[in-house]
Design a protein. Structure first.
Length: 88
């Protein structure tokens, strides 16, 4: 995709927080689930990997949903195993 957007400047691909950069969100999931997401989109599934996790800012339970992170390492944690139970 280099050179396709921003009149070829590739500023949008930056990750330093400058104006013009696109937001990045990673969703860690098992490799076998990727075709389902591509075909059907994100869906709240029965195997919520983070359903019992707590928001570090508020201390409240995050509940169910489709979770993403700007941190690649966090997304990778959920992609390496079967934390999501192969849900979509």
């Amino acid at each position: 995709v280099q050179g396709k957007y921003d009149n070829g400047s590739d500023l949008w691909m930056g990750m330093s927080g400058k104006a013009g950069e696109w937001a990045v969100a990673y969703h860690g999931t098992g490799f076998g689930t990727v075709p389902k997401i591509l075909s059907n989109g994100f869906k709240v599934g029965k195997g919520q990997g983070a359903i019992h996790s707590f928001d570090t800012r508020t201390g409240k339970n995050v509940g169910s949903g489709v979770f993403v992170t700007p941190n690649l390492a966090v997304g990778e944690c959920y992609a390496n195993g079967n934390e999501d139970g192969a849900s979509e």
